[in-house]
Design a binder for this molecule. Structure first.
Ligand code: FO1
Length: 306
């Protein structure tokens, strides 16, 4: 069994590579839920949905989130009715949020709701939200305190971030089966997702970090950046909130207590000694995942570690 810890778009590329290269039933994908938001009264779980849509073959490949060829009739009407519409919800995507919101209101935990959505959409891998309890990433910025989506989508990650916290994390518990999956896996992969806002919340759920330290599985992390800049999004800008520099070496510092190996881009090869000084092994290879072939090749390289 392979366990993948991930956020949304960046991590989903590697998740798809694994999905193509292994039996889908052997994959457990653990998703960040710190980005979850209530939008027009609906519970939106962007990272969970990005993974589910990716594995169901529904993802919009251009945006990396939402459903391919979706329409926006509901959003247009919401705008007409005077609602804020900076968060783009497609019509088919809204069907997911309506279903999730109803099932949650009926008392089902998010993990069970996610399993039900996976079942209906034909996803055979296990997709686990990190926790059934509500955790919300809050950023203290030059423009005041913002939720993740207010920072990322509405403010286009322009405000300076002074600090961040995961509201509710102390009272959260890992989703049922999450710690067992980490313990029973042969390989755990930390996907190339934002270490502060995507992986950080997953690691902060009580018990997860300890499980990663204690597992007999090989634990590998893939860098989300090259040359000190992220492939997409603000990962490099937010590394300082973890107290580390924006580089592969900073990532090694952040993950050193549980990572056996860090996969960095060949262009960052000169950082190998700086990573190794944290006691983390290095694999330098191409970590760009523009094509399906790239995603599969990187998954194969990671599988070869075990
Ligand atoms: N990202 C955007 O940049 N703009 C949007 O309007 C937007 C809407 C959206 C709706 C549903 C969903 O599942 C994801 C959506 N995303 C949007 C992506 C999301 O904000 C981020 O990719 C993740 O939260 C970061 O991992």
């Amino acid at each position: 069994m392979v366990v993948l810890l991930t956020g949304g778009t960046g991590g989903a590329k590697l998740v798809l590579g694994f999905h193509e290269e292994t039996a889908p039933e052997d994959l457990v994908v653990v998703c960040n839920t710190g980005d979850d938001s209530l939008v027009h009264g609906l519970h939106v779980s962007p990272d969970v949905d990005t993974i589910v849509y990716t594995l169901a073959g529904l993802i919009d490949p251009a945006k990396g989130w939402g459903i391919r060829d979706d329409t926006f009739t509901v959003l247009d009407q919401l705008r007409r009715l005077g609602n804020e519409t900076w968060f783009q919800l497609g019509d088919r995507d809204i069907a997911t949020h309506l279903t999730r919101t109803r099932l949650l209101a009926e008392g089902q935990p998010l993990s069970r709701v996610t399993a039900a959505l996976c079942g209906e959409l034909g996803v055979r891998s296990t997709v686990l939200p990190m926790s059934d309890q509500r955790v919300e990433t809050r950023l203290s910025t030059s423009e005041g305190e913002l939720s993740f989506q207010e920072y990322f989508v509405k403010a286009r990650w322009q405000p300076d971030v002074l600090s961040l916290r995961y509201r509710g994390i102390e009272d959260s518990r890992p989703s049922p089966g999450l710690l067992e999956a980490i313990h029973d896996a042969v390989l755990v992969v930390v996907c190339p997702s934002n270490p502060a806002t995507s992986i950080g919340p997953v690691l902060a759920v009580p018990g997860v970090r300890e499980a990663l330290r204690g597992t007999p599985a090989k634990v590998a992390a893939v860098s989300p950046m090259v040359g000190g800049r992220s492939f997409s999004g603000p990962a490099h800008k937010l590394m300082a909130t973890l107290g580390v520099e924006a580089s592969a070496a900073g990532l090694a510092a952040a993950y050193r207590d549980f990572a056996d190996v860090l996969v960095i881009d060949a262009e960052d090869r000169e950082l190998q000694p700086a990573v190794e000084q944290f006691g983390v092994d290095v694999r330098a290879t191409s970590i760009r995942m523009d094509t399906l072939a790239d995603k599969k090749r990187l998954a194969r390289e990671l599988l070869r570690l075990v």
